[in-house]
Design a protein around this ligand. Structure first.
Ligand code: ADP
Ligand code: MG
Length: 720
């Protein structure tokens, strides 16, 4: 059995350098050449049609039939010049990846290539196989995808891809994008309303997102020789390498050439698609890397992140690599996240989270910061639910990961400002006073956080001019957490504006009323602010005292979506209906159950088919040895002890797997998805995974390296 492992290791030795050539030494020569963006549209559309499209995109308005025809025709010609033969509606079903269905431009009836506006605007994918949480029964598998003009068309391979949302005929959203777009609308409405108190010229606020994507890269033969990586995306067994993360990070400072070539290659592909990446070279764990595109409009950033992940996997094939997006592919090493850097920016170009030297703007800055803090405090459980997945459960709270407790880090400067505002609560401001000065908010130092004022243990951190939601999992579609975040901030901003309007109507000075409300919000939400070490045991205790939730697993976390006030919140802002939420939770629970089930099965299979036979055959060798020693009258106590030790672990594994299979059977009989998920979590995963793994990993240390069937951590991780 060890043959596969050694063949894979031999493959790695034989890897040849794959040369990578960018189309030109100047990125600007090819940047965005595969994206049908505004510039390309301007160049290919009649001026009138272009103005209409641009207007529709900017205002989120519908595009009329005639204009859609013009866009379709221009896009077809542009795509065909690039050798494209097919088009597809590209969408993000709730499974977590992207989906497409390809149609040819060629129309056999007329014998020419055709692409009409109607085909651009709407399609009916045969989507019966996508999860719908009971919204659609399979015999009524009819939904449609609808063009989202705010995200540009792009060429992928030989296909023109049209970013779309995916909706059931009954109107319910069946994808990740539709609710995101609605949440972004909600935050636009609310934030614009609030920003107008400060500047009447603001007519639109857009949300921005920059995703830092972490990932592991492993050799493809080594990957293929690990059935657990293939099936579950993570290693269920594997002893820590002698040289792990305990060593200084610099130890891994030089990127292996193969990975470097891969990075350059996929960076070029990203640039051709107009994805603004500049690859990063920092590694946290061995074989772990990061890429961070520049931030963009949230909707486009989400599409680009999904596309980029797909692209990375494709480009990796050329380099005989496999990219692991799982949140915790290796026990004992850092997990992978997707830090969601988020901000709100007005159409007048003001980042609402950017402190400024003007006192008036600073009150605005504080308003947005404080409302965001309150949103995270009020809706921490929803935020937690929005990042819940089987994979992320392995990461949250594990080694060097953000804990499952939602808290906010602000840094000392901003903390000082909020504290002062809070304690100045009793200062009486008279007419004619310089209110800002009296309250200590006349000047907020430009908060540029340096690395000493960075808290990498916080799940949600203010980082100078944006918030960084760090608890998002590397494999997640950011649409989900971003829909939740924008929704809750929209809600608190709306509440703020409602309260403020009332005070103003009652004759109160606008700014004074603002400060009063903010002060109250600061006090109310104080418990969620935490500047200390989020990974420490002490924080868990402290958070509990503060009444903060610490929901450790997906099976429980998803409940938050179903709470009455949360359903009302989603409905109030038109983001999701009750039916849609029910369906989503059902899908997410099913997905969780399936993932744990797969992990459990692969664990059992490997343990019984690979590990135990290997251990037994090695044990037999030892038995022969022990007998021989005895015949010769040599002390064989050490060998006998090892035989006994191995026997013990074999028994642990065998008993563990048998009991785990029983636990699965019991769980499978549960009807209710939430209960079933909880059973899979507690009775299957928590009860047996660690126990079985412990015995297997011990055997890895005992059994002859020549016989061990699974590629070892040190072999997987120290890529050359
Ligand atoms: P790090 O957190 O590692 O210091 P950076 O400061 O470079 O990383 O930023 C990480 C990400 O945040 C990048 O994608 C960057 O474009 C994005 N970002 C920067 N400013 C904003 C902003 N105002 N809104 C949203 N994202 C932003
Ligand atoms: Mg960061």
């Amino acid at each position: 059995m060890a043959k596969i492992r050694f063949q894979a290791l031999a493959d790695v030795q034989g890897r040849k350098k794959v040369s990578v050539e960018a189309p030109s030494s100047k990125v600007s020569d090819y940047y965005g050449e595969l994206s049908f963006d505004l510039d390309t549209m301007r160049a290919t559309l009649a001026p009138q049609a272009f103005e209409k499209v641009k207007y529709a995109i900017e205002k989120g308005k519908k595009i009329d039939e005639e204009t859609a025809d013009a866009v379709a025709s221009a896009a077809k010609n542009w795509a065909m010049e690039h050798g494209v033969t097919h088009y597809t509606h590209w969408f993000q079903p709730l499974t977590g990846s992207t989906a497409e269905k390809h149609d040819s431009f060629f129309d056999a009836g007329s014998g020419i290539e055709k692409f009409k506006g109607s085909a651009l605007v709407q399609q009916e994918p045969d989507a019966s196989s996508f999860p719908n949480g009971g919204i659609r029964s399979t015999f009524e598998a009819r939904g449609y995808t609808a063009w989202d003009p705010s995200s540009p068309l792009f060429i992928y391979g030989r296909t023109l891809c049209i970013p779309t949302i995916f909706v059931a005929y009954t109107g319910e959203a069946l994808d990740n994008k539709a609710p995101l777009l609605k949440a972004v609308d909600a935050v636009d409405r609310a934030a614009t309303r609030v920003a107008k108190y400060f500047d009447r010229n603001v007519s639109r606020v857009s949300a921005s997102l920059g995703c830092e994507q972490e990932y592991f890269a492993v050799d493809k033969s080594l990957f293929a020789a690990r059935p657990d990586l293939v099936m579950a995306g993570r290693t269920v067994f594997g002893h820590n390498p002698a040289r792990g993360q305990q060593l200084d990070d610099h130890y891994f400072g030089s990127i292996p050439n193969r990975v470097f070539d891969f990075m350059r290659d996929f960076e070029t592909e990203c640039h051709r698609l107009g994805i603004p990446v500049s690859t990063r070279h920092n590694e946290v764990a061995p074989s772990q890397f990061e890429v961070a595109p520049r931030f963009e409009d949230i909707n486009v950033a989400v599409d680009h992140n999904q596309l980029m992940m797909d692209l990375m996997s494709k480009v990796a094939e050329r380099h005989d690599l496999k990219i692991l997006f799982h949140e915790k592919p290796f026990a004992g090493l850092n997990g992978s996240g997707k830090h969601n850097n988020w901000s709100l920016i007005t159409n007048t170009g003001v980042n609402l989270f950017q402190p400024s030297s003007s006192a008036r703007e600073n009150l605005q800055f504080l308003t947005f910061v404080v409302c965001t803090i309150k949103a995270v405090y009020d809706y921490a459980d929803l935020l937690r639910a929005s990042i819940a997945s089987a994979g992320n459960d392995h990461r949250l709270g594990a080694n060097e990961a953000p804990p499952a407790i939602m808290s906010i880090f602000l840094g000392s400067t901003l903390t000082g400002v909020l504290d002062e505002l809070e304690t100045n609560g009793n200062i009486k401001v008279e007419k004619g006073d310089n209110m800002y000065m009296k309250l200590g908010i006349d000047k907020i130092p430009e908060i540029i956080l340096d690395n000493t004022d960075r808290n990498r243990t916080s799940p949600f951190a203010f980082t100078g001019n944006k918030f960084e939601f760090r608890a998002v999992g590397s494999d997640a579609n950011s649409a989900q957490p971003m829909a939740a975040l924008n929704l809750i901030v929209a809600e608190v901003l709306t509440k703020f504006a409602d309260e403020l309007d009332k005070e103003i109507e009652g004759g109160k000075d606008k700014r004074l009323a603002m400060v009063e409300i903010l002060r109250r919000y600061i006090t109310e939400s104080k418990a969620v602010r935490f500047e200390g070490d989020g990974y420490s045991e002490g924080w868990v205790v402290e958070a509990e005292k503060r009444g903060l939730s610490n929901i450790k697993n997906t099976a429980r976390a998803l409940n938050a979506y179903l709470a009455e006030d949360i359903v009302k919140l989603f409905e109030k802002h038109g983001v999701l209906t009750h039916t849609e939420i029910d369906a989503r939770v059902e899908i997410l629970l099913e997905n969780y159950i399936m993932k744990v089930q797969i992990e459990s099965r692969i664990m059992g299979d490997l343990a019984l088919n690979h590990i135990i036979p290997t251990a037994i055959s090695y044990q037999n060798k030892l038995i022969g040895n022990a007998k021989g020693l005895k015949e010769l009258g040599v002390d064989n106590a050490a060998v006998v002890a090892t035989i006994e030790e191995i026997s013990g672990y074999i028994a642990d594994i065998k008993n563990g797997v048998t009991a785990m299979v029983e636990a699965r059977k019991k769980a499978n009989n549960i009807e209710d998805s939430a209960e079933k998920a909880a059973a899979y979590c507690d009775e299957v995963k928590e009860a047996y995974f660690e126990k079985i793994r412990y015995a297997v990993d011990k055997l890895e240390l005992l059994v002859d390296d020549e016989d061990w069937p699974l590629v070892k951590y040190r072999e997987l991780l120290f890529l050359r």
